[in-house]
Design a protein around this ligand. Structure first.
Ligand SMILES: Nc1nc2c(c(=O)[nH]1)N[C@H]1C(S)=C(S)[C@@H](COP(=O)(O)O)O[C@H]1N2
Ligand SMILES: [Mo]
Length: 410
């Protein structure tokens, strides 16, 4: 077997171009491809639709139903975490974007048969096919989506991903909801919008009409220049920049304009607090940041120079400033923002640091363009009380132990 491969490779080296050789050298036929797939065959195959090098194994961290039950009271969900520690730019690759789905596997929607209905308190109820939507003027915008369950937990031995992995950032392409509503004509007295989705549990959520009319809410069909992936809402989803993820319905099939919020099953059951109505919801997420290296679950390879890196984002707009403390919060220094700081998008920061050995506590603090500052866990607790908190944007301190292990310091 080994000799066979060596021969093929030698033959390839004789005949092939440099690019082809590069690909083939890293490619080994998998069981599924069987013996028919020669290195050349595989190289050709990957020219049609690429695949990662076999040396790259980054994947989402999938959560089992027990965790789902604890987090959402949902035994039938599908949840998976973004491998944030591996993300090197502001865009989360679609196959690695976190998943938070309740009660539903992704429905198998035939795009040719899918319809979006705009109805309720409108002058002209409208039904769109996907092709019709795609003929309308589209916009592409980079926005994060974050689940409200994403937060550090005091006393928990969580890793970067189990505390902060329910956020992802994509370039979303679609039609502004404001445009569709203008076509339909919103009636006087309309105040709310109810998004309606397909799927086994046919979930619906209410959000204020004002947000829909701002122009930044999208009925999206594209994610990072491809059709949205099934787990993230294929073929249509709502993208409501800066709002908690729960509102951003996947497998969207209806937009109903109403005069008051609905209290749908999921709004009553697991997504609102105290009041147990959509009015007890929280909307924009506050400024937030987290250091992704060195971060919980990692281990420093040795003393000396390291570059602290992380992400910041805010539901209020763009990130204006990120500060980093390497001494447990006694002193803070401005981190460098890397690349564009876009509104309601993940923004990358970095800060040089020398680990002299011994214990240290690292943390980051975000200030957004509205001037809001990310709270400490203590400030956060004072404000929200004992109650399982919304947004979860408190500062995450990471403790470096004297052997370089990184732990949750809360
Ligand atoms: N139809 C439907 N839409 C949904 C959900 C769902 O369970 N069903 N989950 C919501 C929640 S709680 C979150 S956090 C986001 C997550 O989006 P993602 O799975 O694409 O990351 O989708 C929202 N949209
Ligand atoms: Mo969520």
């Amino acid at each position: 077997m080994r000799e066979e491969r060596a021969t093929t490779r030698r033959q390839l080296l004789k005949g092939g171009g440099a690019a082809l050789v590069g690909l083939a050298a890293g490619a080994r036929p998998t069981a599924a491809q069987g013996l028919r797939s020669t290195p050349e065959g595989l190289a050709r195959e990957l020219m049609a639709y690429g695949r990662r090098s076999r040396f790259v194994g980054t994947s989402r961290i999938t959560l089992d139903n027990k965790v789902n039950m604890q987090m959402h009271g949902d035994p039938n969900g599908f949840d998976a975490l973004t491998p944030l520690g591996e993300q090197t730019g502001i865009i989360t690759p679609a196959p690695l974007h976190f998943i938070s789905s309740h009660g539903d596997p992704p429905p198998d929607i035939d795009p040719a048969r899918h319809r979006l209905m705009i109805h309720g308190l409108v002058e002209r109820p409208l039904v769109f096919t996907l092709d019709e939507l795609k003929r309308l003027p589209s916009v592409s915008r980079i926005h994060y989506i974050e689940c409200l369950a994403n937060r550090p937990r005091p006393g928990a031995e969580h890793t970067l991903e189990t505390s902060h992995g329910m956020v992802g950032c994509s370039e979303w392409t679609g039609v502004p909801l404001s445009l569709l509503l203008a076509e339909a004509g919103v009636q006087a007295g309309a105040r709310w919008v109810v998004g309606e989705s397909l799927g086994r549990t046919q979930q619906a959520r209410s959000f204020p009409l004002g947000k829909a009319l701002l122009g930044d809410t999208l009925v999206a069909y594209g994610q990072n220049s491809e059709p949205i992936q099934p787990h993230n809402g294929y073929p249509l989803r709502l993208v409501i920049p800066g709002f908690e993820g729960k509102f951003q319905l996947k497998w969207l099939r209806g937009i109903k304009v109403t005069d008051q919020p609905y209290v749908t099953y999921w709004e009553h059951g697991s997504f609102t607090r105290r009041e147990r109505t959509p009015l007890g919801s929280y909307w924009e997420q506050g400024p937030k940041s987290v250091i992704t290296y060195p971060a919980g679950g990692q281990r420093l390879p040795g003393r000396g120079h390291h570059t602290i890196v992380g992400f910041a984002w805010s539901g209020n707009g763009a990130v204006r400033r990120v500060e980093v403390s390497t001494d447990g919060g006694r002193t803070w220094a401005d981190a460098e923002l890397e690349g564009p700081a876009l509104p309601m998008a993940m923004t990358r920061f970095r800060h040089p640091w020398t680990w002299a050995g011994g214990e240290a506590v690292l943390q980051s603090r975000c200030t957004d363009e509205r001037g809001d500052v990310q709270p400490t866990a203590a400030e956060f607790g004072d404000f929200w009380g004992e109650y399982a908190a919304p947004h979860g944007n408190q500062i995450q301190p990471w403790k470096i132990t004297d052997v370089g292990q990184v732990l949750n310091a809360l």
